[in-house]
Design a binder for this molecule. Structure first.
Ligand code: G4P
Length: 525
């Protein structure tokens, strides 16, 4: 049962630089799959129907998305699980966690901009995780770069072979249609719909001389396709699944052009869930007993439900609401009476879920990203890496009567992985050190402490820029050194030595080579 259902699942995420059109594409995909009647129901962009929680308001103002929503929709008898990734580099740890729960990624590019800094970083995470990547070149309705030039950039900068499946007729800004390279004898013409609110009509027309006269870019598109045929830029399943080639699609998400072809590709090309490896390298068969990976914790997503949800990817077996699970990290039982599917901000109860599906478990107080839940087996999926922080600040409440709420808030943010929390005897519990990969994490933390926990806080930036792992002996030695401070990371109890700059680190290394100063997990994204 689990195997059969897993076979009709596709679990994927869209990665892109902010503004490339991720929200628009997500809505267009969902629209094609007929889960929503009106574009705009998913992400709540300004002016559309939307999210309302306090700090989501902040996300909206800043044009960032921190709240990972998981959308599920059915299309061609396949269940698609689309996971949202945060839109900003500062949340790369979150993005990494989300990408650990998918089987494929769509890399979305703006036709005018090609690969942008955030696309490159996110692609690196996909490469690191060995994820197959499908490329969608968006905004072809607006002036942009040449198609061949964009392919060249993908090949040169990412080192993977682009294999276009569709090809645009007309240059960017003069979008006349598409050619499906699997059916080169015809061209696809689209009829636009007002504001992209409904799926675009599409018509396949045989290529004839009169069509060439009608579509001014057709002749040139066919020449370019000849060139692609000649250099052998054809889709290849093996290299795609190995992350060495990427099928490429062109379109305009805002008018739903090319979106259906992309959706079909997710079903036809992207892999269904397969047996996952545990931390010990053992493959857990899809039809084994239930096991799931917690990849994200999110509190207070909706002010109407002030609770804490763990997003769990089903890795094996069948999830049934109400089943009693084991939290492998602590050996404690975990009840699943409240299990939800999330659709944007709306929740519905989930009765059953299969490998590839995402379940939102309520009352997830004891769970952390990277945890494994099972039906009793002691298997454990690989832990999530904690990225090397590069920004440090102390935080304290200015209202002593709110110190209990303040402490609870800090513990909550720590557990969710919003920021890392570092403590030391010297600093005491009143003003812990927050550590982040990107400074915007501090803004989220601050906002949430103030709004959710009603604790007025002040944040003071510390001058440190680097962190290295050390040990007790190292801590003792470093206690007398200048420009360095050692603190304990709450998450894993590791001792972190913080340095103001490379120069300090280098001089201590030379002076005391015996002191342990190990690099932390590099920031992959
Ligand atoms: P993001 O989630 O990746 O940040 O991007 P989002 O979908 O919000 O899109 C960013 C902008 O790009 C939006 O315009 C959106 O309408 C536009 N866009 C998305 N896809 C296409 C496309 O295929 N063609 C064209 N021409 N534009 C596209 P905006 O003006 O910032 O917002 P809005 O008021 O239109 O929503």
């Amino acid at each position: 049962m689990a195997c059969r259902e897993a076979g009709r699942r596709r679990t994927f995420a869209v990665i892109s630089h902010p503004d490339a059109g991720k929200s628009t594409l997500t809505e267009a995909l969902a629209l094609h799959a007929r889960v929503i009647n009106e574009a705009g129901a998913v992400h709540g962009k300004a002016g559309r129907r939307g999210v309302t929680s306090d700090w989501m308001a902040m996300e909206r103002q800043r044009g960032i998305s921190v709240t990972s929503a998981a959308l599920q929709f059915e299309y061609r008898d396949v269940v698609l699980n689309l996971l949202d990734t945060p839109g900003h580099a500062d949340f790369s740890e979150d993005t990494y966690r989300v990408l650990s729960a998918v089987d494929c990624a769509i890399m979305l590019l703006d036709a005018a901009k090609g690969l942008e800094p955030q696309t490159l970083k996110l692609f690196d995470v996909c490469r690191h995780r060995g994820l197959p990547v499908i490329t969608f070149i968006n905004k072809w309705d607006r002036p942009g770069r040449e198609a061949l030039d964009l392919l060249d950039e993908i090949e040169q900068r990412l080192g993977i072979t682009p294999t276009p499946i569709t090809w645009p007729v007309g240059i960017a800004g003069h979008f006349e249609g598409l050619i499906d390279r699997r059916d080169e004898g015809s061209a696809i013409r689209f009829s636009r719909t007002a504001g992209g609110a409904t799926a675009a009509g599409e018509e396949r027309i045989p290529v004839t001389e009169s069509l060439k006269a009608e579509m001014s870019g057709l002749e040139h598109a066919l020449e370019e396709i000849d060139l692609l045929d000649h250099i052998g830029a054809d889709h290849d399943t093996e290299t795609f699944l190995a992350g060495a080639s990427t099928p490429v699609f062109f379109g305009a998400a805002v008018s739903n052009i090319g979106v259906r072809l992309l959706l079909d590709a997710v079903i036809d090309l992207a892999p269904a869930p397969t047996a996952r490896l545990t931390g010990d390298g053992e493959a857990v068969p899809l039809d084994a007993a239930f096991s799931g990976l917690v990849f994200k914790i999110q509190a207070n997503m909706d002010p109407a439900h002030r609770d804490r949800i763990a997003f769990v990817r089903v890795c094996s077996g069948v999830f049934e609401r109400g089943m009693m699970l084991t939290h492998v990290a602590t050996g404690r039982p975990f009840a699943t009476k409240y299990a939800h599917a999330m659709f944007g901000r709306e929740r519905t109860s989930v009765e059953r879920a299969y490998p590839g599906d995402i379940v939102g478990l309520v009352n997830a107080g004891a769970l952390h990203p990277g945890d494994t839940l099972t039906q009793g087996e002691s298997i454990q999926y690989p832990p999530m890496p904690i990225f090397a922080p590069e920004h440090f600040a102390t935080v304290r409440t200015t209202d002593p009567s709110r110190s209990k709420q303040f402490r609870r808030g800090v513990a909550q943010l720590e557990a969710e992985g919003v920021v890392q929390v570092l403590v030391s005897d010297r600093r005491g519990g009143q003003s812990p050190v927050l550590a982040a990969v990107g400074p915007m994490q501090f803004e989220v933390a601050l906002h949430r402490l103030q709004h959710e926990f009603s604790a007025p806080v002040v944040l003071e930036m510390l001058p440190y820029k680097l962190a290295r792992l050390t040990d007790d002996a190292g801590e003792q030695w470093l206690a007398q050194a200048r420009g360095v401070e050692v603190l304990t990371r709450v998450r894993d109890g590791e001792l972190l030595a913080l340095f103001t700059d490379d120069y300090r680190l280098g001089s201590i290394r030379r002076e005391a080579p015996e002191v342990k100063l190990e690099s932390l997990v590099a920031q992959v994204a």
